[in-house]
Design a binder for this molecule. Sequence first.
Ligand code: PRX
Length: 570
Amino acid sequence: MSRVTKLAPVEGAYNISKDLPNRENFDWTIITKHFSWTHTQKINMAYECVDRHVEEGFGDKVALHYIDDNLESQLTYSQLKDETDQWAKVLKKHGVTKGDFVFVFLPKHPSCHIAMLAAIKLGAIVGPLFEAFMEDAVRDRIQDCEGTFLITNKEFLPRIPRKDLPSLSTIFITDEATEDDTISISEEVKQIENLESVIEWVDFNHGLNIHYTSGSTGKPKGIIHTHRAMIQQYVTGRWVLDLKETDVYWCTAHPGWVTGTVYGVFSPLLNRATIVIHGGRFQAEKWFETIEKAKISVWYSAPTAFRMLMSKSDQVIEKYDLSALRHVLSVGEPLNPEVIYWGLEKLQLRIHDTWWMTETGAQLIVNLPTDTIKPGSMGKPLPFIKVEILDDQGFPVTQGQIGHLAIKASWPSLMREVWKNEEKYQSYFPFGKQWYVSGDLALRDEEGYVYFQGRSDDMINSSGERIGPFEVESKLIEHRAVAEAAVIGKPDAIRGEIVKAFIVLNPGFQENSNLLEEIRLFVRSQLSAHAAPREIEVIEELPKTKISGKILRRELKALESKRSSSAPVY
Ligand code: PRX
C-alpha cells in the first residue's frame, strides 16, 4: 500500500454537501431550525432524542439494537419512548426532580440508555459511571456532587461504598428482585398505570449531564453540560458522522466516557439513527462479527481498538463480511497513519479522525467526509469553530510552530461549569474569556490542518481513556509497602500510552514480583482496571524540584521515552 499524504474524499451524497454551510459566515439559526423548540419553546434533550421522532411518525423505526454473546434484541423508537416514560415515572415517584443528580452505573446495555434518558426527561442531571469503576472511583464521583440517586444493578451493587455516601438516599436496580433497601425499577414499572408524558421542560442552560474527568492534579473534576449542547451534538452527527435514515450506527465507547454519552446516546438519537449496543469486553472476532451481524454502516471507535484489530491476522478479518460499512471515524488519542493505511487496505475506507474533549461537549476538529484527509493530522475545525495555536503569552505562533491548542469561545456544547470549582473552570481561559485553552499542544499547516503534538500537562491517555496521575499515585501510597509514587504515561505501540508507576518502598519491604503484583492489584481492585499501572518500577528516590519538593514526572517520562524500544505513536 503506497503511503500517500493526501486522501481525497470519496464521491458521494454527504449530508454536509447538501446543507452547504459557509465556513466564513456561518449562522447558528441554520441548525436551530431543525429543533421543535424553535416553534414550541419547549426544551428537553430526551424529548428531541425520542418522543419527537414518535410524534413525527417514526415510532416503528429501530432505535436500539443490542447484541452480546447470547442475546440479541431490538427496541423501536416507540418502545424506547414507553420505557423511558415508565422509568421516569418510577424515578419521579421516589423523589427525583429537576436538577437532582442521578448517577447511572450499568453495563453497555439498553437499560443504560433508558436510565439516562428517563432521568433527563425529569430534568435531572445524569452522571453515567464507567462500568469498570471500582469502589474508590464510584465514591469520589458521587461524593463530590453529593449525588442523591443511583441506578445500577445487583452485579454492580457491591462496588457502591454506601457507608461513605450519606447523600445517596435512593438506589434503583434494574433487576427484578430487590437487594437490601433498593428499589427494583422493573418491578415498579408493572404498577404504573398513568401513561401521560412526564417530561419536564427546561431552559437551554439547565444541567444535562456530569462527566468526571482527570487532569494532572487533584481528583477528577465534574464537568457539567447543558441541554443547549444538543445543537452541536445534532449537527456533528449529521455532518461528521454523516448519519442518514438508513444507517446502522455503532459507537464502541461506554456512556461513562463522554464519547459514549454524546456519540453513543445523544447525537445518534437526535439524528434518528439505529444504534447498535454491543455488550461485553473487547474481543477482535466479536467486534467483526457484530459489524457483520448488525450490518453496521457507520462506526465510531478509537485508535487502540483499531490497532488491536490490526494486530489480528488477515485470515481473521477475511472471515467476516464487513461490506455494509461506509463511514469510519476515530477519537480519543492520536490516530497514527499506519491505522489509516490499514483501513484503506482492509476496509477500503478512510478512517476519519475527530478531536474534542469532555469539556468541549462535542467534536471541534474533524475530518469531514467531504474533506481531503492528511494522515497524521486530526483534520480541520468545524465550519463554526475557530482554532488558534498560541504561545505561552497567549499570542498566535507563526504557522508550523508548536503551541497551545486553543478554541475561540464560545460554542453551544462548551461545558457550563466545573462542579464547585470555579478556579478550575477559569484555568481553561488563562488568556481571557476569548480563548478556551485545551491543554493539548498542536501545530497547524498552511492549509489549516491541525496536528496533535502531546499534552502540556502530565495527563495520561491510555487506550483513549484519560487518567490523572495524581489519582493513581494517591491510591498507590495507601498501600502499606509504598512510601512515595510517581505515575506517568509510557509510550506503547498498541495503547498509545500505558500507566507506569515509579515507587519508593517503605523500610522493611523488599522488591519482588509478588509484591509488585499485589500493589498493582490493590489499585486495580479499588480504583479501576484502566488506571492500574501496567508497569511498576522500584527506585531509590523520586526526582523532585529543589525548592518545593514537587515530583518531576516530566523527568521520569523523558527517561522512559529514551529507554522505550517501542516507537512512540506521535
Ligand atoms: O489529549 C486529547 C485527547 O484526549 C483528550 C480529551 O480526553 P477526554 O476528555 O477523555 O475525551 C476524549 C474523547 C472526546 C484531549 O485533550 N484526544 C482526543 N481526541 C484526540 C486526542 N488526541 C489526539 N487525537 C485525537 N483525535
